[in-house]
Design a protein around this ligand. Structure first.
Ligand SMILES: C[S@@+](CC[C@H](N)C(=O)[O-])C[C@H]1O[C@@H](n2cnc3c(N)ncnc32)[C@H](O)[C@@H]1O
Length: 438
């Protein structure tokens, strides 16, 4: 659909993995990173913005592959299941030696992975994504790695998944730490909490996790002293207020910008380097849903809809249930976590002042994607899905910066002392960026 710069397939492995070679070049002096389970590439955009060279990516989704290749022509792309990917193939196609990769990013989706899941079988590929991830780590030996996941990963199997990952990484000589980071504390206009498991084989991993730069969603929780130095949070209006109005179900994949000037720093940043407006299209609501949402004010939700207009299943719901369903965003508030569908039945995806769902571009802004990042995919649903799946870009930039600082700090220590003295070269007086996670 938008594939003007997309690379063409250069190889098809016997396992059905499509290898697309790079059509652009990377800065040879920049640290190198590879993205597994890349999706559209939210994590990778953040790393690139932080100064990293994205040398490769992998995802099994054709739509995600099309988007990634459109936006990262400099990277080799491996389209297909990670189960078919080998470290040898990555090293060969990306022109890397074992141990040369500076960071492996991307987290295996964990929805289906639970040791408590009685339907889990050894032949279920989805249940084995972590094992494949660790297999690739074993073969590539990256200096550092960053895995993103949903907070639920901390509790599935009574914590056994996390323990299994940390144990496997320790056996490969990595030290690991983890934390739950909140996107709004890094300048994203969205409340979204994600777990980051980070590991290093060149130094203490604590400095791989960034400290918040913005106030939390509920700043009443913070004492005045702690607020010092933190920036004001970014609101929905700051993020999408300059995008032209749309009618329900309308918009265009490519359009000229209507004459609205940017009026926030966030908007000016988002618009940098691109004149056209891509993906400003919204999913059409049925007339039944339109009749419902006209009753919902800014910041309101399903409780504002007359009972007899609600879907049958919700008419019996308690007022305390499903608080975000049929929600309308508030201009001065945050978006709640974007999911893979901007369906009002799932959450708060109604535009603050127009009777329609947010467009793909508005969703992308709420995830911190710059406007020059374009979403491909065979359907509008596929584009929303890629946006909803992504790591918010401002959070990814903060992590990219932290890992880069760690690399610079420890690369110079290692080059002074020799690689073999990695662990001895760690200076215990180095300021740790955050407390060691439990
Ligand atoms: C949460 S999304 C990743 C989002 C990405 N980190 C970003 O920031 O945009 C997880 C991705 O894993 C991919 N995936 C799921 N199973 C896979 C498999 N077996 N092999 C490769 N990719 C897979 C999905 O297609 C999806 O795009």
């Amino acid at each position: 659909m938008l594939g003007d710069r997309v690379s063409s397939i250069s190889d098809l492995t016997s396992d059905g993995l499509k290898v697309y070679s790079a059509t652009g070049s990377v800065d040879q002096f920049a640290p190198k990173c590879l993205d597994l389970f890349a999706g559209a590439g939210g994590l990778a955009v953040g790393f690139r913005e932080a100064g990293w060279a994205i040398v490769g990516g992998n995802d099994m989704s054709k739509d995600a592959s099309a988007t990634f290749r459109l936006n990262f022509p400099e990277a080799v792309f491996f389209e297909g299941s990670v189960a078919a990917l080998t470290a040898e193939l990555v090293l060969q196609k990306c022109g890397l030696a074992e141990g040369e990769l500076d960071c492996l990013i991307g987290g295996p989706p964990c929805q289906s992975f639970s040791y408590n899941n009685h339907h889990r079988s050894d032949s279920d590929d989805r249940a084995r994504l972590f094992e494949h991830y660790l297999r690739i780590v074993r073969g590539l030996k990256p200096k550092t790695l960053v895995m993103e996941n949903v907070p639920g990963i901390l509790t599935i199997g009574g914590g056994s998944v996390i323990t299994a990952i940390r144990t496997a990484l320790a056996e490969m000589d990595y030290e690991t730490t983890l934390d739950v980071l909140s996107a709004e504390e890094f300048g994203t206009p969205q409340v979204r909490r994600r777990v980051f498991i980070v590991a290093s084989r060149i130094g203490e991993p604590e400095s791989l996790l960034p400290l918040p730069t913005h106030r939390p969603a509920d700043s009443r929780k913070l004492k005045r002293k702690k607020m010092k130095g933190l920036k004001k949070t970014v609101t929905v209006l700051d993020a999408i207020g300059d995008l032209p109005p749309l009618e329900n179900g309308k918009g265009a994949q490519v359009a000229d910008r209507a004459g609205i000037t940017a009026f926030s720093g966030f908007q000016r940043n988002a618009r940098r380097g691109i004149r056209k407006l891509y993906n400003h299209v919204c999913h059409g609501l049925t007339s039944v849903n339109l009749d419902r949402i006209v009753h919902v004010p800014e910041g309101g939700n399903w409780r504002d809809i007359p009972r007899d207009l609600l879907p049958a299943g919700m008419q019996r719901a308690k007022l305390t249930d499903h608080t975000k369903r049929y929600g309308r965003l508030a201009r001065c508030g945050f978006a709640s976590t974007l999911l893979t569908k901007c369906d009002p039945h799932w959450g708060a995806y109604i535009h603050p002042t127009q009777d329609r769902t947010i467009s793909v571009r508005e969703a992308a802004r709420l995830q911190g994607f710059p406007d020059k990042f374009r979403f491909a995919g065979e359907s509008l649903g596929a584009q929303y899905e890629q946006v909803g799946n992504a790591v918010p870009v401002p959070l990814a930039i903060a992590i990219g910066n932290a890992v880069l600082a760690h690399l610079i700090q420890h690369a110079s220590a290692n080059s002074a002392c020799g690689e073999s003295s990695n662990k001895d070269s760690r200076d215990s007086s180095e300021p740790a960026q955050r407390k060691k996670a439990a």
